[in-house]
Design a protein around this ligand. Structure first.
Ligand code: GCB
Length: 662
């Protein structure tokens, strides 16, 4: 009964959300970019910070901390943005704090912005957030990894400082994504007021303003609000780029819309011009659509498929002009490529793409999950150094800046939702509704990214629980409604015979830790256990699938021969033995391989974690362990199209010039 109602509710929500999406005048989520009609002011830096230590964590709301400068409510401290708050202080009660924290800063709004529309944008705040401008609530949002924004034009004081206050709560519940449980008390010997947050996943629940906060402007009467692009490859090699552009308009006349696709170097352009009839009732959103025909296109390719021109991005320019001659200009990078499922491999632009990559976390010392430009570029350079051609955003959507840089580097992305570790009690309407909303926000944000090749709906849910069946049927259906151009997947650690959700996916990510969770200490068992596992998956579903996680922990610098758990030698043994299995199936049914994990990362305290999860081939500080060089050897040789095992002594000569295959 409940399951049926979950499915029914799912359908109802599709319709409701679809209705809101189609009829509403809500803004799209276009990444803020400067142009001749738009200005962006980044509010990164030091904010004031205060955690609410009152027993029920509600003093800030009762005493309305948002209605006055935060420093007048009590003691505040400086807090860097972007950053997680957890590792910034020496105070354990702040590190492990659960509840509402408060951030505040002033931002000058220049008098020159008078007559413009002003938007306050948060690229991410983990988990629940409420924002006020000059004491007036402007937006609230649930979910830690996606942007949200508010039009604050009518609230700001021009040519003056404006107070921005944000309250953020990191509590996880059975209905958040990821889910968790807050437990009050416990056995009687525990002190009064003891509270613990139990997670169902293996990374630290870092929280705070993790990505930049921005103010940006658009003209008041018109702005390009959203765009959806779809690439089709024609038989003659040309590209048909179809576009649907939403334009927000607040006056009544017709609007001229120009769409121009330029080469990165500013060269030859393909363009179209449309006349959109004015609003019947303003304000409104007008939609223009059509196709651009691109002859001799420079396609977007992963760097291992096209080393001479990887990650090529055009620039799409959209100009919306009202009859009063007010124009809004919006430009964005755009890659032209198609994705389709082949057997066994995924095809990019019609050619097979075997992905060899990594799983990752947004995670580093001190800043936690805060966006950090040096780290971002370092990670991208390490991807190239390792020969990585794809990564999964395990286990939540990553920063847009990172996604865009990966596109330029020609690195493909499996874009994952934050639904990690869902258990039976989570397969209920409230979680489902939130999951559908999150998929909508994620696809809205990333739908035009050429390097996003698949949507991953979840990681390791209890998909052996019958309650997961209707739940995932609903999420899969909804995701296909939102985007029919990319395959959908999810990542499972269940036995193929027990999995209720896999049937709804186009392709499946399989996690299996042979030599670690299965037969720890026996790396020689891997060729047997892993082969059996993969063959069973292949037989049971007959769908393309990939290895989404495998690996072993290693404390950097720890050695033992013969190898024992947690040594670099053991990690190397597990990886090399696993690769013999992959090589057996690469040509037949394995679509790709992702190693767990690119780097060591912080987890929550538990006895089988040594100051975090140590399965990285890089340390948390991005220095290579022994296994990193082996991985590099494997991936570079895969990129060159010859087998690691046929190289002399199994070793690649790094001095030789790398020749890639298409
Ligand atoms: C998994 C999870 C990942 C963990 C990893 C591990 O299966 O998907 O989140 O961190 O195993 O190291 O245990």
């Amino acid at each position: 009964m409940l399951l049926r109602s979950v499915a029914m509710l799912g359908l109802l929500i599709f319709r409701l959300i679809a209705a809101v999406v189609c009829l509403g005048t809500a803004r799209g989520l276009l990444y803020p970019r400067e142009s001749e009609s738009r200005e962006v002011k980044v509010l990164d830096g030091l904010w004031q910070f205060r955690a609410d230590f009152s027993p029920s964590r509600d003093e800030g709301f009762v005493n309305q901390w948002y209605s006055q400068p935060l420093a007048t409510t009590g003691e505040v401290m400086p807090m860097p943005v972007p950053s997680s708050w957890n590792d910034i202080t020496q105070n354990a009660s702040i590190k492990e704090y659960i509840g509402w924290v408060w951030y505040e800063r002033e931002a000058w709004v220049p008098a020159l912005w008078t007559g413009l529309e002003i938007v306050l944008r948060f690229e991410s705040a983990h988990y629940n957030a409420i924002a006020w401008v000059n004491g007036v609530e402007v937006v609230s949002h649930s979910g830690g990894h996606l942007p949200f924004q508010a039009n604050i034009t009518d609230l700001v004081k021009m040519g003056a400082p404006n107070r921005i206050t944000v309250a953020i709560n990191n509590t996880l519940t059975p209905h958040t994504l990821p889910p968790g449980t807050l437990t009050h008390g416990g056995p009687p010997e525990l002190p009064e007021g003891f509270v613990s947050l139990n997670y169902q996943f293996d990374f630290y629940n870092y929280a705070g303003l993790h990505r930049p906060v921005k103010l940006y402007t658009t003209p008041l009467s018109v702005h390009v609000d959203d765009v959806t692009l779809v690439t089709s490859l024609l038989a003659n090699g040309s590209v048909d780029l179809s576009y649907t552009v939403d334009v927000f308009v607040s006056d009544s006349g017709p609007v001229e819309l120009q769409i121009i696709l330029r080469e990165k170097e500013g060269g030859s352009a393909v363009s179209a011009s449309l006349q959109l009839p004015g609003c019947q009732k303003s304000p409104c959103v007008l939609t223009g659509n059509g196709q651009l025909l691109v002859n001799n296109p420079r396609l977007w390719w992963p760097w291992t498929m096209e080393p001479n021109d990887p990650g090529y991005l055009y620039q799409l320019e959209m100009v919306a002009t009202t009859s009063a001659k007010v124009s809004d200009y919006y430009r964005m990078p755009v890659g032209l490529r198609t994705v389709s499922l082949g057997t066994p491999q995924l095809n990019i632009n019609g050619k097979p793409f075997y992905f060899h990559g990594v799983d990752k976390h947004e995670d580093a010392d001190i800043r936690g999950k805060g966006l950090d430009y040096p780290l971002m570029v370092k990670d991208m350079n390490l991807f190239r150094w390792l020969g990585v051609n794809a990564f999964r955003t395990s286990h939540y959507p990553y920063a847009e800046e990172f996604m865009d840089l990966a596109a330029e580097y020609g690195i493909a992305v499996i874009d994952e939702s934050p639904a990690v570790g869902l258990q039976g009690q989570n397969f209920v309407n409230e979680t489902l509704q939130h999951h559908l909303e999150v998929m909508h926000e994620l696809i809205q944000r990333d739908k035009n990214r050429a390097n996003v090749i698949m949507w991953s709906l979840a990681n390791e849910p209890a998909s052996n629980d019958p309650r997961s069946k209707d739940y995932f049927e609903s999420v899969a259906k909804w995701t296909r409604i939102l985007d029919s151009t990319r395959p959908i997947t999810f990542v499972t650690d269940q036995h193929p015979g027990d999995d209720y959700a896999a049937q709804y996916m186009d392709t499946i990510g399989v996690n299996y830790y042979s030599g670690w969770y299965t037969y720890p200490g026996y790396p020689d068992a891997i060729p047997y256990t892993l082969s059996t596992w993969l063959e069973e998956w292949n037989k049971s579903f007959g769908k393309p699938f990939f290895m989404s996680e495998y690996g072993a922990g290693a404390v950097s610098g720890m050695h033992m021969d013969p190898p024992t758990l947690y040594t670099e030698d053991y990690q190397s043994a597990v990886l090399t033995n696993t690769w013999t299995v992959f090589d057996k199936y690469r040509q037949s049914f394995l679509m790709g391989e992702l190693l767990w994990n690119f780097q060591d990362f912080e987890s929550y305290e538990k006895s089988d974690r040594v100051n975090g999860n140590k399965k990285g081939v890089m340390t948390r500080q991005r220095q290579p362990k022994a296994a990193a060089r082996l991985l590099r050897q494997r991936y570079l040789s895969l990129a060159q199209g010859y087998d690691t095992h046929t190289c002399p002594n199994g070793l690649l000569d790094y001095s030789q010039k790398i020749v890639y295959v298409n």
